[in-house]
Design a protein around this ligand. Sequence first.
Ligand code: BGC
Length: 447
Amino acid sequence: MKFRAYFNRLFPIFLIMVLVACNKKVPEPENNNKMYQFSDNFLWGAATSSYQIEGGIVNDWSTSGIDAGKASDHFNNYRKDFQIAGELNTNSYRFSIEWARIEPEKGNFSDEAVNFYKNILKELRKNNLEPMLTLHHFTNPVWVKEQGGWENEKTIQDFLEYVDFIVNEFKDDVDIWITINEPNVLAFKSFDAGEWPPFKKDRKTALKVMRNLLIAHAKSYHLIHKIDSAAKVGFAQHIALLYPNWSINPVDQLMAYFQNKVFNQSYWQSIISGELNISIPGLEIKEPFNQKLKDTMDFIGVNYYTRWMVTSSGKQITKTGVPVTDLDWEIYPQGILETLRMADKYAKKLDIPIYITENGLDDRKDTKRAEYIVSHLKKVWEAQQEGINVKAYMYWSLIDNFEWAEGFEPEFGLMNKERKLRESAKIYAEIAKDNAINKKLANKYLD
Ligand code: BGC
């Protein structure tokens, strides 16, 4: 009886204790708390281009007054650079081959240059970094410049001969090829804005250059597949999100609409339809259906940085009152999702994946980079949840480098030129290691 009375009195307390104990969650180890998990086999990497980092290159830029000089002196430090890149827990790396180094004179291919890039590929393998190789990143040999560069259709054939040589040399070490980096930027900066060599301001020529670059891409696509049928070939498209500056002004709307059409979409549209169409009102470049142009992408490469407001005069300006980078580019993470949605319409038609081939910022004090990376990657994760097949993210850039007409001031690097990794690089490394954004980073950097 006595026992029973005790039992009756204590049982509820005992029960509460058991329930409390069961309800208590086992504390999860910090850092291992993956909150936004990316798909398996995701490619994590950093990107660079030859002229911006190697140093000692003579090409159409260096001979036009925009000389990178020693650049980041990667030519003499590539082993160390890839060792450091290996510490980022990344599994890939995007870089470009310098046409001017490989073929300094027409038809004369340099063994020394081939060895340099072979060594680069060897080092990448050693550090478990899958190469993503760009064949053309804005620069040309001097002899190409002298024959009129990409204004001259003959350059297409010359480029193909260079591509033929490179792919035969490197096919065993490279699976992913980017034919041309940002043909839209190259054409408009060099032939419309007149800011890059050959400093022309002639929109008609800019469109013609876009046309020639697109044909060069399509022909390279077939050539690369002829040499290596398993290769994955695409190009890197720069997406500038273009919004009307004054959203209810129809002229601003029209300007933004036409700029978006020609700059962002005309290549993808031409490739999907097989009918080349790079036109703006008053200037038309249209060509009939061409089977050799159609479907020439095994993946969609996108470079996304920011969005611009388009005024009624067609100027692209930074929105006022928004967070910006040191180059005064708006920090707009939602834009990477909008970019992926735009690319996805084309990717779905061809059933191909999307690779983010560049994304990054100029942040000289390294106070914004970590948040920029985490917030943009959260949007990439959202894209995956929407069913967008995005399979790679290359941060621009591995190292501070020569930012074209802006020179050496901007600092996009995960490391500086003294080869010191920035604090933000360690955040990127944490994400790459986990293939996820963990709770700690989400709490710190996301709203
Ligand atoms: C280019 C890079 C450049 C980066 C930052 C991209 O448009 O491909 O070469 O450094 O933007 O401006």
